[in-house]
Ligand binder design. Sequence first.
Ligand code: ATP
Ligand code: MG
Length: 411
Amino acid sequence: MKLSQSFVKTVKTTPGDEVSESAKLLLRAGYIYKEMAGVYDFLPLGMRTLDKIIQVIREEINAIGGQEMRMTTLQPKDNWVASGRWDDDVMDVWFKTKLNAGGELGLGCTHEEAFTHLMKTYISSYKDLPVYAYQFQTKFRNELRAKSGIMRTREFMMKDLYSFSKNREEHEEFYEKCAATYKKIFDRLGIGNDTFRTFASGGSFSKFSDEFQTICEVGEDIIYLDREKGIAINEEVYNDEVIAELGLDKSKLEQHKAAEVGNIFTLGFKYSDALDLTYNDADGKRQKVFMGSYGIGPSRVMGVIAEKLSDKDGLVWPEEIAPYKYYVIGIGEQGEKIANELHEADPENVILDDRKNARNGEKFADADLMGIPYRVVISDKTLAENKLELKTRATGETELLTIEEFKNKLS
Ligand code: ATP
Ligand code: MG
């Protein structure tokens, strides 16, 4: 990416109604653009980071047998009537509309009904099970309050996986596998140390659900954390009985504000009952499919990471999800020439700040604001030793490398 050709520019001020640090920084650094409250565009840098977060999730979910697909956003009314969730009193976040040709439809806010209905075509025998199907998809929710930039929006990205198992035992095996995979995902995304499996309210088929909560000042939940055991209880189910049931010691629990980045639910027969999803077991007897659902919000995760890992100078992305790895600035004729070469050598990893109308100080500030992991400066001063300066964004440490040494780092 060459900054001289980028239509997006960093800005100094942000809309007055943005209060969270992550929203301000993402807007200033040119990652997102605000259409209206709770609705944001992802600009080129923002889209790259979101896509990288998605890719980490994809790799880990594929590794446990997830099959990726994509469902439609337009949702037929019938499936939702069958499950009892079409009514606005039951599901208060619906965006619905009328078809010109007659009839109603909704914009998908979640996809239990859609996946269950679809699987009726593909699941008929015990030999067809288990199935783990998932998608990355834009969800629409008429949230009463949009909050904290991309952390709670009315249009957002969700990874939703649905498991279809023969029985509870088979379900629970995958459930635990997925919980372990979530841990891996949040580790890779750089928030593993502050993200905890949290007991939260369940449903008709399990006493609890599992949330993955990241400690975060602008989070909307309160959790009680046993740091040693690495598990927490959501305020909504926090009481003496639950503490005892989980074998925790009340005096050791820390209270924190947290943001829910993912969750896992045992759905049991709730949707297979409603939509009549069954299979024939080995004895030819009809059985109901046992289901679970597994969500992560990649766009909320991006907001949480921006919120937690930023500093006074701007964003600080972990390497794996930074839009680019190196921010290269050439100073002076020779420096600019080498900077160009470095960009050409690896345009996928290098942002070249070749703006003619920006002073060096502005370039340094923008490198920090954008949170690119490494800033590379090539100037007459460094070239006197045939070297360049490499600064690590997260630590502020600098080192001098020869041009050759640095080129070897590029792919
Ligand atoms: P919350 O309690 O925060 O409203 P939820 O219980 O509605 O979340 P799910 O419906 O299970 O969450 O969605 C799965 C994941 O999608 C959540 O864990 C979260 O990461 C993300 N998510 C949910 N609502 C939003 C939203 N309005 N904006 C951005 N991400 C969201
Ligand atoms: Mg919600």
